[in-house]
Design a protein around this ligand. Structure first.
Ligand code: NAD
Ligand code: FES
Length: 274
C-alpha cells in the first residue's frame, strides 16, 4: 500500500497529493508517469509525476477531478493509501542540454503540474527558463509561486483576465516572440487544443516544441495499444515511447478524436457516483 502523506486542494477541481513510494521516488525523472489504483477493483489512472523527493521517499501527483475514478481519488485523505502506485513509467523528458540556453514552458491549467519538474530540472542544469501559465480564471492558475523560485519570468494569462493578462497562453507566446524574445526550445503541456495551437505559433518561428500527451491508457507498458498516437506518420505508444513527443510531428486531430471515445461511459459512471 502507498500512503498519502499530504493532501492539498489547489482549486475546486485540482488536488495535490504527496505519496510515499520509495521505489518510484528513487528512480523517477522529470517527464515520467505513474499509474495509480484506489483499490483492487479500481480503474488504472495514469498521472504524470509533478515532483519527487528522494530523501523523503515521496512522489507528488496533481490531478483534476474529471471522472468517476478521479472523484474516488479525491475522496481519499492524508493517512489513507493507494492500492497500486506503479512506476516510473514512460521515458524521461528528452533534454538537449548542449543546445538549449533559453527555454520557454507553456502550461495550460493542470498541465502546469507535469511541466514543473521539467523546467525545474532544466534550471538545475543551468538553462534559463521562463514559463507562461494559463487558466480559465485566477483560481485555475496553479503552482505560480513554485515556478517563481527558479524561472526568470513567470507570465500569467487567464481567459477572463482575473489574473495576469487576458487571453490564452498562445496570445502571450506570440507577443513574446514578436517582441524579440528568443528561445532555443519550447515545452507545452495542457489540453490538446492548447498544445495544437501552441505548435501552430512556434512552427511559424521554427521554435522546436515538445508536448506531453496523456491519451487513454490501460496497461502502461506498451501491450494493449490503447495509448497509440501518430507522430511523424508513425504509430507510437505514449506509455513507452512518450509521453513527450516532438510537437511539430504529432497528429493532434487524431488524438482529440480518440480522447472522446469513452465520454458517454464516463458520464454514466459519474451519474452513478453522484
Ligand atoms: P483548460 O481547458 O482550463 O485550459 C487551460 C488553458 O489552456 C487556458 O486557460 C488557455 O490559456 C489554454 N487554452 C485552452 N484552450 C485553448 C485554445 N483553444 N487555444 C490556445 N490555448 C488554449 O485546461 P484544464 O481544464 O486545466 O485541462 C488541462 C488539460 O491538460 C486536460 O485536458 C488534461 O488532459 C491535460 N493534461 C495533460 C497532461 C500531460 O501530461 N500531457 C497532464 C495533465 C493534464
Ligand atoms: Fe497500453 Fe500504452 S497503455 S500500450
Amino acid at each position: 500500500m502507498y500512503k498519502i502523506l499530504k493532501k492539498e486542494v489547489l482549486n475546486q477541481a485540482v488536488i495535490l497529493m504527496d505519496v510515499e513510494a520509495p521505489y518510484v521516488s528513487a528512480r523517477c525523472e522529470a517527464g515520467q508517469f505513474v499509474i495509480v489504483r484506489v483499490d483492487d477493483e479500481g480503474e488504472r489512472i495514469p498521472l504524470t509525476i509533478a515532483d519527487f523527493d528522494r530523501e523523503k521517499n515521496s512522489v507528488t501527483i496533481i490531478f483534476q477531478v474529471v471522472g468517476y475514478s478521479t472523484k474516488l481519488m479525491a475522496g481519499l485523505e492524508a493517512g489513507d493509501s493507494f492500492c497500486d502506485f506503479v512506476g516510473p513509467l514512460g521515458q524521461p523528458a528528452p533534454f538537449e542540454l548542449d543546445k538549449w540556453n533559453r527555454v520557454i514552458g507553456i502550461a495550460g491549467g493542470v498541465g502546469a503540474a507535469p511541466l514543473y519538474p521539467q523546467l525545474k530540472k532544466l534550471s538545475e542544469e543551468g538553462v534559463e527558463v521562463s514559463v507562461i501559465i494559463g487558466g480559465r480564471s485566477a483560481e485555475f492558475v496553479i503552482l505560480a509561486e513554485k515556478f517563481e523560485q527558479f524561472c526568470k519570468n513567470v507570465y500569467i494569462m487567464t481567459d477572463d483576465g482575473s489574473l495576469g493578462g487576458k487571453g490564452f497562453v498562445t496570445n502571450k507566446l506570440q507577443e513574446l516572440i514578436e517582441s524579440g524574445e528568443k528561445y532555443d526550445h519550447a515545452i507545452a503541456i495542457g489540453p490538446l487544443i492548447m498544445m495544437k495551437n501552441v505548435v501552430a505559433v512556434t512552427k511559424k518561428y521554427d521554435l522546436h516544441t515538445a508536448v506531453s500527451l496523456n491519451p487513454i491508457m490501460i496497461d502502461g507498458t506498451g501491450m494493449c495499444g490503447g495509448c497509440r498516437v501518430t507522430v511523424g506518420g508513425e504509430t507510437k505508444f505514449a506509455c513507452v515511447d512518450g509521453p513527450d513527443f516532438d510537437g511539430f510531428l504529432v497528429d493532434f486531430d487524431e488524438c482529440m478524436h480518440r480522447q472522446s471515445f469513452f465520454k458517454e461511459e464516463e458520464h454514466e459512471c459519474m451519474m452513478r457516483l453522484s
